[in-house]
Design a protein around this ligand. Structure first.
Ligand SMILES: [Zn+2]
Length: 557
């Protein structure tokens, strides 16, 4: 085929497929996933949520009292509040006295307000009720779970990452706006049930009708999707962990019949994780609110200071090892992974769901770093190499911005492998650890764009990694390192193929004593080698430290 014609057809196909991708997003996606004018003028300061779930009727009612600050001088006289159907908003009270009118477009409510002064603080108390959406396959599909424990008694919780907290209570459902002064959750339940939520228990109120209200709360900013109720026949035990910021309260809430098993099993796992992660990432981010594991029927989720746990009190991921090395079976995947999110996800939260790779790449890599801390670098490299088999490379890790789109599942193992690659290219674990700790200090309790994290890493490393991020996050191409040995002249030739323009990943190749650093590009370069360091170019050695494919060529032409 004529080359020009070929490229013209290719161009048309590309344009059509891009168009098709674009049109998958609706106006509702934009309302959900972007900072609309009706969201931009107010900043959430606090959520005080109250809910009464009726287990038999699978019905909930309650309110969210939103305290907010006005952050724009001239603002629309409309406020966007999200609540997903079939739940409905019943009424809204402004500053404790005035009833506000509202209209609905799908899962979005436009609430009519009056002009408010910039910097002033106000409250809207939003009453809601209805039969909420139920999770079909928690935690992957969100909503309420009304299930029964092994003894046939009620057991309830919610999962809503990605889907959004508006699946169960009204709020400003955008990841970029966390309540700056924390949140509380009050659950009113029959007296035989216990209700647990984030942070610490603040109050317990007994009512004449035989119900009890449990109020829990956090002081720290919190992502709305990690505010979660757990209701069931829970019993708890507590201990104090001496961490790098002092005493940290650890609390374990498990079903009553699992209490003795949990007492033996959970604390050692949690101590190991805190030892390892405080070493790599700095102090646990929420000492004020304590750390808590709460048993659930689903596998687990990173609810802030309130981590859900359903991994059956055994190693691996319900008995499976994603790395297929056996290394993954020696520790509890859910305790380690979901708690890793306290640093990456809960402490550092991304503004847009499209940057979710910041949460999952670092937390995936926290597994490798955990192994590194406990077993050493070789085991860590094996594990990281092992999880590579889970990478699909079917689509880029970063999806569209502004429409609440979630990227490819590759954000887990591929993201972890990208960080592993960057770490080895630095060849300075002290620096790498300082970067991880520095990220958690610099962006403590902040919401960020992925680009800010990328720039921080390049800045502190003193090397521009932007092309490396571009390669692994925005394409499905795996860099190929081509090698050619010119034995008579003791030279190793090397170059990259299958890369984005300007891809500049340095490779530090290390052995027991020998070390060679090269910065391959798309052009052939060479380095002098000797008999004793030639082994550094063995493909498996390189591939265990770097997510690249190594190819040995017989000639370089
Ligand atoms: Zn995760």
């Amino acid at each position: 085929m004529n080359r020009k014609l070929y490229f013209l057809i290719l161009l048309i196909f590309t344009a059509l497929s891009l168009k098709a991708q674009e049109t998958q997003f609706t106006h509702a996606d934009t309302l959900r996933g972007s900072i609309t004018p009706e969201r931009a003028w107010w900043d959430v300061m606090r959520y005080d949520i109250s809910v009464t779930p009726d287990f038999d009727k699978k019905y909930t009612s309650g309110f969210n009292n939103i305290t907010y600050k006005v952050v724009a001088a001239n603002h629309p006289d409309v406020m966007q509040i999200d609540l997903q159907q079939p739940l409905v908003i019943d009424s809204i009270i402004y500053d404790k006295k005035q009833s506000l009118s509202f209209s609905r477009e799908g899962d979005v409510y436009f609430v009519k307000t009056e002009p408010q002064n910039i910097e002033s603080e106000h409250e809207v108390k939003i009453y809601f009720s209805g039969k909420p959406h139920e999770a079909i396959r928690a935690p992957w599909d969100g909503g309420w779970t009304f299930t029964k424990d092994k003894k046939g008694r009620p057991w309830m919780t919610v999962t809503c990452q990605g889907l959004g907290a508006s699946i169960w209570y009204p709020n400003k459902d955008h990841q970029s706006d966390e309540p700056d002064r924390g949140a509380s959750l009050t659950m009113r339940v029959p007296k035989e049930l216990m209700a647990v939520a984030n942070g610490r228990m603040l109050a317990k109120t007994e009512h004449k009708d035989g119900t009890i209200s449990y109020k829990w709360g956090v002081e720290n900013p919190i992502s709305n999707y990690t505010i979660i109720p757990y209701i069931g026949h829970y019993k708890n035990f507590s201990e104090v962990y001496t961490g790098i910021k002092g005493d940290l309260d650890l609390d374990y809430w498990v079903l009553d019949y699992n209490l003795e098993k949990a007492k033996d099993y959970m604390p050692p796992e949690v101590h190991n994780l805190l030892d390892a992660f405080e070493y790599w990432f700095g102090p646990y981010p929420f000492y004020e609110d304590g750390y808590k594991l709460v048993e659930t029927e689903h596998t687990g989720m990173e609810h802030q200071s309130n981590v859900s746990y359903g991994n059956w009190y055994a190693g691996g991921y319900r008995g499976r090892d994603g790395s297929e090395t056996g290394l993954g079976l020696t520790w509890d995947f859910i305790i380690i992974h979901e708690s890793g999110h306290e640093w990456f996800g809960n402490n550092i939260t991304t503004n847009d769901l499209a940057d979710m790779y910041i949460h999952e790449s670092f937390t995936n890599y926290s597994e490798t770093l955990f192994l590194d801390y406990v077993y050493g670098e070789e085991a860590a490299n094996d594990y990281n190499y092992g999880i590579r088999s889970g990478i699909q490379n079917d689509k880029p890790v970063i999806p569209a911005y502004g429409v609440n789109a979630q990227g490819s599942g590759d954000m887990y193992p591929k993201g972890g492998n990208m960080l592993h690659t960057i770490r080895h290219s630095m060849d300075d674990d002290k620096l790498f650890k300082n970067i991880l700790t520095g990220l958690n200090m610099t962006f403590h309790n902040k919401t960020v764009d992925g680009s800010e994290i990328q720039e921080y890493i390049s800045d502190k490393a003193g090397y521009d990694y932007s092309k490396v991020f571009e390669q692994y996050l925005t394409t499905t191409k795996i860099p190929k390192l081509q090698l050619y040995i010119d034995a008579p002249n003791s030279k190793m030739f090397y170059k990259y193929t299958n890369i984005v323009d300007g891809f500049n990943l340095p490779l530090v190749l290390k052995g027991s004593e020998e070390k060679i650093k090269i910065i391959p590009s798309a052009e052939w370069q060479s380095v002098d080698i000797q008999h004793k360091n030639q082994y550094l170019f063995t493909p498996w050695r390189i591939e265990h430290m770097y997510y690249v494919d190594v190819e040995l060529l017989k000639s370089k032409d």
